[in-house]
Design a protein around this ligand. Structure first.
Ligand code: ZN
Ligand code: ZN
Length: 307
């Protein structure tokens, strides 16, 4: 499994990097986690954005999803015969994307005509090709989720998304091979008292608490670069994210020898939903409960089994 940082920036545009976007690939599967401003243009340097197997949006702040607009304009006007790109949105995300279509003066179905918009239930896992995605709630100003991505060999990447210090993330990241953490703040005193972002030191501390050897810091303004670099020098295994940074992630040998974790369990495909628009189907996505039994998402998509 390979991580490519597509963007390591924040909501403020800057020449050094687009906003939030991480590409995770195996030999057969490609998933983009977050799609902030500038991400699609940058992603085109690495692979064709139209051939992503899924896009996952952690929360509905513009720096994490606004470039769905750019991607939509890469796709045929009337929809896509070969299959809609699954866009996995947090609860409530579909209404916001529909509103966005109106906001940019397009028809209400503009995004549905090219994407399969699916709201995930954060308590359930989603299988996309040979990747498994789980979610962990962040500590942010709006509902926000981080993402735990497990590869076919059991390797695991824990992505914080936007969050303040979070014991929930530490717990979810435990046993991962790599943490990708936000490092927005120069000083935690500048944050809202309820917290919603991390300093570089806090980000690294979360990885330390989780016992994860490698950390990539993202979601920072370029003016913080020196500070981020200093924090990384002080912590072996920590790297400052930048567009084009690639990290190969393989499963820890000791963990691989242990019994497979529950999230390697079977997916029971008990139903198939059809694309009402008559477009193509995209195989390889299924959802199942954390206990392997539950159902979990609202919305339907081409070739997606919700079970
Ligand atoms: Zn945010
Ligand atoms: Zn953000």
């Amino acid at each position: 499994m390979r991580l490519t940082v597509v963007g390591s920036g924040t909501s403020q545009p800057q020449p050094e990097t687009p906003a939030s976007g991480l590409l995770i690939e195996t030999d057969s599967t490609a998933v983009l986690v977050d799609c902030g401003q500038g991400i699609i243009r940058e992603l085109m340097s690495y692979r064709d954005p139209r051939e992503l197997d899924a896009i996952v949006i952690g929360h509905m702040h513009a720096d994490h999803y606004i470039d769905l607009v750019s991607l939509r304009y890469l796709l045929p006007w009337e929809g896509v015969a070969s299959g809609h790109i699954p866009v996995l949105l947090p609860p409530g995300g579909k209404a916001r994307v529909s509103s966005l279509a109106i906001g940019i003066n397009e028809r209400p179905t503009f995004f549905d005509d090219a994407f399969s918009l699916i709201e995930y239930d954060p308590s359930h896992r989603i299988h996309v090709g040979d990747l498994t995605l789980g979610f962990v709630e962040g500590q942010h100003y709006v509902p926000a989720w981080g993402c735990i991505v497990t590869g076919p060999d059991g390797a695991r990447i824990a992505i914080s998304g936007d969050t303040g210090p979070s014991d929930g993330f530490v717990a979810a990241a435990r046993g991962s091979d790599l943490v990708v953490a936000e490092a927005t703040l120069a000083d935690s005193r500048f944050d809202d008292p309820r917290r919603g972002h991390l300093t570089a030191e806090e980000a690294i501390e979360m990885a330390d608490k989780a016992g994860v050897p490698r950390v990539v810091l993202v979601h920072f303004r370029a003016e913080l670069q020196e500070r981020i670099d200093r924090a990384c020098v002080a912590r072996p295994g920590a790297i400052a994210g930048r567009p084009g940074l690639q990290v190969e992630v393989v499963a820890d040998a000791r963990r691989s020898a242990a019994p497979k974790p529950v999230d390697g369990g079977p997916v029971h495909r008990i139903g198939e939903t059809l694309d009402a628009s008559g477009g193509g189907q995209r195989e390889g996505i299924a959802m199942n409960g954390a206990d392997g039994t539950g159902a979990g998402a609202t919305g339907q998509a081409a070739g997606v089994a919700l079970n």
